[in-house]
Design a protein around this ligand. Structure first.
Ligand code: SF4
Length: 461
């Protein structure tokens, strides 16, 4: 198990079989700890608060686990007016929230054009807007994006197609996937996630869910344990397991290290310490509910939803060494949406940065790469511009935990030397050996360079 966790920590990749074995091993403790380390390395100790406004509980869908399903006649339905939604959002802005989440059932009253006007009003403030309003057409998503919406949440709930159809009567799995792909294509920070504890759900299908998140390259993932609602077809089922939901969440953090992951309300509802446990197992987001009091209780996807008390939360966060963020908190804990960040020192956006660096190698890096690529040197697999924690190293041999850095003259400045020292300290703490060569060595003494590497590889056998 240790080997698998180390692999997940360094390579951020596991196959289905490996995920299944971690999801079903005796204790999740080590997985939670590893996810906590990776969370800290990639997105830091700040917790992003997103103000949730549930503006309509009217829904055309019939999801079997949801108290808001169309067939449930025991719900008092409501729909907030545009003015009320905007007022609630402005109140959240006054409280200092940097993200407003507008959530509703699939309510066709709120056309894309109508919502676009609301979004434009809210975006007069310096805030990010997240939507969670269900399936729409590409054209509708386009209108919402053009109005300024930054993010979109649409959980897949399960990637097991048969189970999906059973749990979502009348819905189409293919359309769900189409929606997620459209959202990515349009440049939304795209969130998805799954429900843990659906009837007939297997560990294998949860492993597939995690692989799906990775394949989609989702920017946010919300994992909820099932909480049974008494007015749904699942009323006689057991609630989902918090431990299993935390494992799915922690493994998602290991595979997608720089994304945003909420400590979901459902976790806190199952266990009064659920939110803090989640924040210590990979999560970095909390979504306090700022819906007007008179309608808030009517948005009952599941019963006994737990609330967030701001003072209590900030105290709890302080007690575990975390702070409340005052940023919009885009993926990678940045304050601006997806852009290419060419700075190797920059936090987050590692995938983009690594890709950028691979395309823009120095002549020495290119020379070195051409001599080691395709395992041609001592049959050893080198990776280039590879993210490890918050750093991107020039070259690494993962199997031997050996990092190779090629330095130019810029590394002579005191600031860069300090940065290099911290980087070396960090990499050593993760068990890596670091070899540094000057560009000059690559130009004039390449045989000497490879001799040193060869020795180090043997040492690490
Ligand atoms: S889960 Fe969402 S889409 Fe499904 S019934 Fe509930 S509110 Fe509607």
């Amino acid at each position: 198990m240790n080997d698998l966790i180390n692999k997940a920590k360094t390579e951020h990749s596991l196959d289905k079989e490996e995920l299944v074995s971690l999801l079903s091993c005796e204790s999740g403790e080590q997985i939670f700890k590893a996810a906590d380390v990776i969370r800290r390395d990639y997105v830091g100790d700040e917790v992003h608060l997103r103000a949730l406004i549930e503006f309509s509980n009217i829904c055309r869908c019939d999801c079997v686990y949801c108290g808001l399903r169309f067939e449930n006649r025991d719900v008092e339905r409501y729909r907030m007016s545009a003015d009320r939604i905007i007022e609630a959002a402005f109140k959240a802005v006054d409280f200092g929230y940097k993200t407003i989440v507008l959530q509703s059932g699939e309510d066709s009253f709120f056309t894309a054009g109508y919502l676009a006007d609301i979004i434009k009003e809210i975006k007069q403030n310096d805030v990010a807007v997240t939507l969670s309003i269900g399936e729409r057409t590409f054209e509708e998503y386009k209108i919402l994006k053009a109005a300024g919406a930054d993010r979109f949440l649409l959980r897949i709930e399960t990637t097991d197609r048969r189970l999906y159809q059973k749990c979502h009567p009348g819905a189409s799995f293919e359309n769900r996937i189409r929606c997620l792909k459209d959202l990515k294509k349009l440049g939304f920070e795209t969130g998805t996630g799954c429900l843990v504890g659906l009837p007939g759900q297997t560990i294998e299908s949860l492993a597939e869910d995690i692989l799906f998140f990775k394949e989609l390259n989702a920017d946010m993932i919300g994992i909820g344990p099932l909480i049974v609602h008494p007015h749904t077809p699942l009323k006689d089922m057991q609630n989902g397991s918090l431990d299993l939901a935390l494992r799915v969440m922690a493994l998602t953090r290991l595979l997608l290290p720089d994304i945003n992951i909420p400590a979901t309300t459902a976790m806190e509802t199952l266990n009064p310490a659920g939110r803090i446990l989640a924040l210590q197992s990979g999560a970095n987001v909390v979504m306090p509910n700022l819906t007007d009091k008179d309608v808030c209780a009517k948005y009952e996807i599941y019963p006994n939803k737990s609330g967030v008390n701001y003072t209590e939360l900030s105290e709890k966060l302080r007690s575990i060494g975390r702070t409340i963020s005052h940023k919009k908190g885009y993926r990678g804990n940045t304050d601006c949406p997806l852009t290419l960040n060419p700075s190797p020192a920059g936090r987050g956006k590692h995938t983009n940065t690594a890709r950028y660096l691979r395309k823009n190698m120095t002549p020495q890096e290119l020379k070195f790469w051409n001599l080691v690529r395709n395992s041609q040197f001592e049959n050893t697999k080198f990776k280039r511009q590879y993210p490890i924690g918050k750093y991107i190293v020039d070259f690494v041999v993962i199997q031997k935990m050996l990092v190779i850095e090629l330095d130019g003259g810029g590394h002579n400045t005191p600031e860069q030397q300090k940065y290099d020292e911290e980087r070396t300290k960090y990499l050593k703490s993760r068990g890596f050996k670091i070899l540094r060569f000057w560009n000059n060595d690559i130009d004039n003494n390449i045989d000497g360079v490879f001799e040193t590497i060869s020795l180090a590889l043997r040492e690490r056998d």
